[in-house]
Design a protein around this ligand. Structure first.
Ligand code: G4P
Length: 535
């Protein structure tokens, strides 16, 4: 690559920020995302980004999923420019039944923002997702939301984030009051004070920032009592928490915390300004052979999500590729590593705000949407020619199981094709019983069964019936030594609980937590895995 072009390529990498917001449903993820777009100038009015969460109560969950599926095509990737940085927000469903999608999306982000509701504190879903990020050392910024409501004390919350999420925090902003008494925010990052004003939630209101805590006007505006409390809080912050250090943040060992109210556009800009300054640009990624660096000129990327087209007449799908290295160019042949064949894409989609458009070239950190007629499955790698496979795209041990039976013998082919494609999309996992060859569908959430039945019928004209099956958990089985007696004994005795997954890997279908535990104890030579790589 000529030097000048390489320079431009390098700059494009440096200016990209690809991240996801993780939270428990209702903490305000949609609202925050929308406000980030508002500050990025990508939308002019709030209300443009539709919530893709599954609403409780109103309609059946299942109808909500269909509604959500439509919206989530549009919100899968939201991109905008801010301060000459190209920001890509990847959607992470909060609903627990779709947690697997979120876990996979986390393989494509370079950092995350953890959103917490000031009144509810650390919730279940947040805990699970943060744990994954912590294990992977993904840099995290915490945003405590809804400060306009009565909530927990700021120090108690910081404590909770440390103990329940296992994070090491350092506040970069600190609230002055809360709820009815919410006066504003002290920005420790920029060392100024912003006064709270909730008059216009739809647009960005510019409130005055005070540079000095001693300013007379500030004292008159928020009162001496608030100033005294703020002083005490700041002393405590300084005494108790470690100072911010970017290196530690990037290594996943320190998490800055911001406070604000997304609904009121308050504290969001402070978060965004700090984010673009400190958050990581695209990072290297491991493959089965070597680590790939973003500034390598050869293209490489992987599929982390597949979205079926909503129009049943066109059974094409959109495969979402995260670009890891090099430049992705339209109409250029790339190597599909699993299928060992070259593929060309005439209309790759890039994402911008809520639109997608055909793009000629994309850079590391970007997501491209490729129209697919069945070539891709989650975890697939595309390269300029190198035979590598990206690692760490997980498949989780399902927790709900049912036999799937064909309800229309004339449509056996359609059913098979439908099941195959839905499994490639990562909707669920298919297992085949070793003894009787019966097909078992395993899912992480119970809602997926309804989704599968509906989509098989509407997209593939196939009908299926599910039959209950008493399985508690499926785990993948390996052994250090295939000839070991303990392992061979396991294969024989547990035959009726063994199945194969789509890749032909051996799976143990445990019927209860107790029997799983007993089996693990009885067969120490057998290794039980609770996640598996997608490829
Ligand atoms: P989610 O995507 O994380 O599930 O949450 P979402 O943004 O949809 O927000 C959940 C609810 O919390 C919404 O209210 C939203 O308006 C509210 N919310 C978000 N940020 C703030 C905030 O800073 N302060 C206050 N007081 N509320 C906030 P809703 O009544 O469930 O929905 P809607 O009818 O307002 O859309």
């Amino acid at each position: 690559m000529p030097k000048l072009i390489y320079m431009k390529f390098y700059q494009e990498i440096q200016r990209r920020r690809t991240f996801g917001v993780i939270s428990h449903p209702d903490a305000g993820k949609t609202t925050l995302t929308e406000k980030l777009l508002l500050y990025g100038g990508a939308i002019q009015e709030a209300g443009a980004v539709k919530s893709n969460k599954i609403k409780k109560g109103a309609t059946s969950d299942f109808m909500e999923i269909e509604r959500q599926r439509g919206i989530s095509v549009a919100t899968s990737v939201l991109a905008f420019n801010y301060q000459n940085k190209k920001i890509n927000i990847l959607d992470t469903p909060g609903h627990k039944d779709f947690a697997e999608d979120t876990f996979r999306t986390l393989t494509a982000v370079d950092s995350v923002i953890v959103l917490i509701d000031v009144a509810k504190g650390v919730e279940e879903q947040t805990k699970k997702l943060v744990e994954v990020c912590r294990m992977r050392k993904i840099p995290m910024i915490v945003f405590i939301n809804k400060l306009d409501r009565e909530g927990k004390d700021a120090f108690d919350l910081l404590d909770e984030v440390e103990t329940k999420l296992g994070l090491r925090v350092t506040p970069l902003s600190f609230p002055i009051g809360m709820g009815y008494n919410f006066k504003g925010i002290y920005n420790l990052w920029k060392q100024n004070i912003q006064i709270f004003d909730s008059t216009d939630k739809q647009k960005i209101a510019k409130t005055k920032a005070y540079q000095n805590i001693e300013e007379q006007e500030l004292h008159e505006t928020i009162g001496h009592q608030s100033i005294t409390e703020l002083r005490e809080s700041l002393e405590l912050v300084e005494g108790v928490y470690p100072p911010f250090n970017q290196k530690e943040y990037l290594e996943g060992n320190l998490q800055p915390v911001f406070f604000g109210s997304a609904l009121n556009n308050f504290g969001v800009q402070e978060l965004l300004d700090c984010f673009v300054e400190i958050a990581p640009h695209p990072q290297p990624k491991s493959t089965d052979k070597r680590v790939i660096h973003p500034d390598e000129v050869d293209f490489s990327g992987f599929v982390f999500k597949i979205h079926a087209n909503m129009d049943p007449k066109h059974r094409d799908r959109l495969a979402f590729i995260k670009i890891v290295s090099g430049t992705f160019k339209r109409n250029t042949p790339y190597f599909h590593v699993r299928l060992k064949k070259k593929l060309k894409f005439s209309s790759p989609n890039a994402f911008f705000a809520e639109k997608k458009e055909v793009v000629d070239e994309s850079f590391p950190g970007d997501i491209v949407g490729l129209h697919d007629t069945g070539n891709f499955k989650i975890g697939d790698t595309l390269t300029s020619g190198e035979q590598i496979q990206f690692k760490g795209i997980p498949s989780f041990s399902p927790e709900h199981f049912r036999f799937i039976n064909n309800a229309d013998p004339m449509k056996a082919k359609q059913l098979k094709k439908g099941i195959d494609q839905l499994m490639d999309e990562g909707v669920a996992q298919l297992f085949t019983h070793n003894l009787n060859g019966r097909k078992v569908i395993g899912t992480v959430g119970a809602l997926q069964f309804e989704v599968i039945q509906y989509r098989l019928e509407h997209e593939y004209t196939a009908k299926c019936i599910f039959e209950n099956l008493n399985v508690h958990k499926a785990c993948w089985i390996t052994s250090k030594d295939d000839q070991n007696e303990n392992y061979l004994d396991f294969l024989k005795v547990k035959q009726k609980f063994l199945a194969k997954d789509k890749q032909g890997q051996l799976v143990f279908l445990a019927d209860s937590a107790f029997s799983l535990q007993m089996t693990q104890q009885k067969y120490p030579e057998v290794i039980f895995h609770f996640t598996s790589e997608m490829n």
